[in-house]
Design a protein around this ligand. Structure first.
Ligand SMILES: [Zn+2]
Length: 341
């Protein structure tokens, strides 16, 4: 589907150097026909790509190449319907989450049209690795015969999953997560006052835009609730089958990521109760308590089970059965008398 949200014309402070590097390429006329923007999820790669597109479409960009925000082009960009910036994402109702060949063909057909408003025609594809093989092949043809005023912006947090033939035709732009202090000062300005910025940033693994999402959809609370339920199952205070049922409404992959990260932290704490590098530093106390119920060897085996369940969660495996199996195993592991101290 084509994304129609408004383009945010506010630059993200941590990309200032990347921005200048790219602008220098524009001024020196060294910009290729396709850029591949890579970096961790949730740091603002799409926003950076859109802003770069805006800088090329804006009628009066400033000395740094930033869009003016007031011209007609900027107004269209803000409204999310500039005809020369097309943003392709997986269809919202697509079960596979793939970008399909028809979508790319449509895009390539548009590419053969001249720019609507005279400057350039820009296409942004994100996440680029969501293109299935047929879609990627179709895109390759476009990359081989690019229309002169076209710029393709591919955004990916897993560029290794892209066909090498596509990667080799793109100019790489590697973006990184910001240093914590820059991320925190930005986050504090954007979050509602009183929101736990540090905690959110830690859970988001340093990715500020992911932290904003976490705050917005109550993920932090849901994560706390799931850990509480895991402890209750471990303590014999909750029925694994009943908890598996409530977990069905969660995003299975996300929950398994949480579960794996809690187990890893428990195993670290088991080896060293003063371990400093936890994935979930904000949940240290409950994890210390949980680790006391666990023994290293079965704990490691259970972690493997959770990790392989992640591979299955993407398939049509029944979530209820998946979580039942894991929680029953967990109950068995943690309720053994020998596991208690
Ligand atoms: Zn403008």
């Amino acid at each position: 589907m084509i994304e129609t949200t408004g383009v945010d014309l506010e630059p993200l402070p941590w990309f200032a150097a990347d921005w200048q590097r790219l602008q220098r390429a524009v001024w020196a006329d060294r910009l290729g026909h396709a850029l591949l923007l890579t970096g961790p999820g949730g740091i603002g790669k799409r926003r950076f790509a859109d802003l770069f597109g805006a800088s090329l479409l804006c009628a009066h960009p400033d000395a740094d190449g930033l869009p003016c925000g007031t011209c007609e082009e900027c107004a269209l960009l803000r409204a999310g319907n500039h005809p020369d910036l097309t943003r392709l994402v997986p269809d919202a109702d697509s079960k596979s989450g793939e970008i399909k060949v028809d979508q790319v063909r449509d895009l390539c057909a548009r590419q053969s049209m001249t720019s609507n408003r005279g400057r350039r025609t820009l296409f942004r594809i994100a996440p680029a690795e969501a293109m299935n093989a047929a879609a990627a092949n179709s895109l390759l043809k476009t990359l081989e015969e690019p229309a002169s005023a076209t710029l393709l912006l591919l955004v990916s947090e897993a560029p290794g999953s892209l066909p090498p033939t596509i990667r080799s035709r793109c100019q790489p732009v590697t973006l990184a997560a910001p240093p914590a202090e820059i991320a925190l000062s930005w986050l504090r300005a954007w979050l509602p006052s009183g929101a736990p910025a540090e905690q959110l940033l830690a859970v988001a693994r340093g990715a500020p835009l992911r932290a904003i999402e976490l705050a917005a959809d109550g993920q932090l609370e849901r994560r706390d609730r799931c850990l509480r339920e895991l402890r209750q199952v471990g303590g014999g205070d909750a029925d694994p089958i009943a908890i598996a049922e409530t977990w069905q409404s969660e995003d299975a992959d996300l929950l398994l990521v949480w579960l794996a990260s809690w187990l890893s932290d428990c195993l670290r704490l088991l080896a060293d109760p003063h371990a400093t590098h936890l994935t979930n530093p904000d949940q240290r106390q409950p994890l210390v308590e949980l680790s006391r119920r666990l023994r290293a060897e079965p704990g490691h085996r259970f972690l493997q089970q959770v990790l392989s369940a992640r591979g299955e969660a993407g398939t049509s495996v029944n979530k209820q059965l998946l979580f039942e199996a894991l929680l029953l195993r967990w109950a068995h592991l943690t309720r053994q008398p020998t596991a208690r101290h």
